[in-house]
Design a protein around this ligand. Structure first.
Ligand code: PDD
Length: 280
């Protein structure tokens, strides 16, 4: 395997960054995960827009143009011969002697790697759906920035796994679902309308979420962007999550309670099948 690190394509075992990288010491960096399908990047433009926004919010200098970053991602896909999988792209503020204040004249660290993943839509898990576990949202108040500061997500996913669940749903102080630990959260109500929380600093503006809005429009399905509580989710007709690595993944159990008949719902399955006809 080949990894891109600061301008070089190096073998996996030698892909290292400095011990004083601020991503390592402070979580002072951002990332993107893009789906690769048939060797092509899905939703590249939206991922590049979000990356630029994350960098801007943290005042990290853009390491190169979006076009150049796109070239790096494609080169990593090509060199690793990834057909169906993902690309991980990380930019940190760079390496400098440990000091909380932003260092002057530090070059950002750029890492890009690709790896294969079972083709979305065909994997067995999507046919079965997944279980999720709810837990308090202990993250910070800028969840709209895609930072590498992911410890709350790691803790939540690990706790979910110990309960046999694949994903955690975070609950805010008012009892509303914010999003998944690494996905956006959705339900379908009794009338067949799809509900997901509106964008704010409480959630990540998912690229899959944005594209799914276009898919819903094409399908003539009503979308309501508002917060929903757990009890509404427990009694929803369907539930699902979205992310670049899962596309649309049906949720069949929340906190051990089956959603409807405990099988993937027709809306989630249809959206999953139709997603890649729209995602560019
Ligand atoms: N996570 N919300 C959070 C907190 C996320 O970490 C992610 C993605 C999403 C979905 O965003 P998108 O549709 O752009 O993938 C929502 C990635 C996949 C990860 O950390 O692996």
């Amino acid at each position: 395997r080949i990894v891109y690190v600061n301008g070089r394509y190096v073998p996996y075992a030698q892909a290292a960054v400095h011990a004083e990288d601020r991503g390592f010491q402070f979580g002072d960096g951002i990332y993107e995960v893009c789906e690769v399908r048939g060797g092509r990047l899905i939703d590249e433009a939206r991922h590049m827009q979000r990356l630029a926004r994350s960098l801007g919010e943290l005042e990290i200098a853009a390491p190169m143009s979006a076009a150049a970053l796109g070239h790096v991602m494609r080169e990593v896909i090509r060199r690793n011969r990834v057909k169906d999988g993902l690309v991980y792209l990380q930019v940190t503020r760079g390496a400098a002697p440990r000091e909380f204040l932003f260092p002057a004249d530090t070059e950002p660290t750029v890492v890009c790697l690709a790896r294969p993943m079972a083709s979305a839509g065909l994997d067995a898990r999507a046919l079965e759906g997944i279980a999720v576990k709810s837990m308090p949202d202990i993250r910070w108040q800028r969840c709209d920035i895609k930072t590498v500061m992911l410890l709350p997500a790691c803790l939540a996913k690990e706790a979910a796994r110990q309960d046999g669940a694949r994903e955690a749903w975070f609950i805010d102080a008012d009892g509303f679902v914010t999003e998944g630990a690494s996905s956006n959260a959705w339900i379908v109500d009794a009338g067949g309308a799809v509900i997901t929380r509106q964008l704010s600093s409480a959630i990540l503006p998912g690229v899959t979420r944005a594209t799914l809005r276009d898919v819903l429009e094409g399908e003539g399905i009503t979308l309501t962007e508002r917060p929903f509580r757990l009890d509404e989710a427990y009694s929803a007709r369907e539930a699902f999550i979205t992310s670049a690595t899962q596309t649309v993944m049906p949720v069949v159990r929340i906190d051990g309670r089956p959603i409807a008949d405990g099988k993937p719902g027709p809306v989630a399955q249809r959206l999953r099948l139709n997603f890649h006809q729209i995602a560019a």
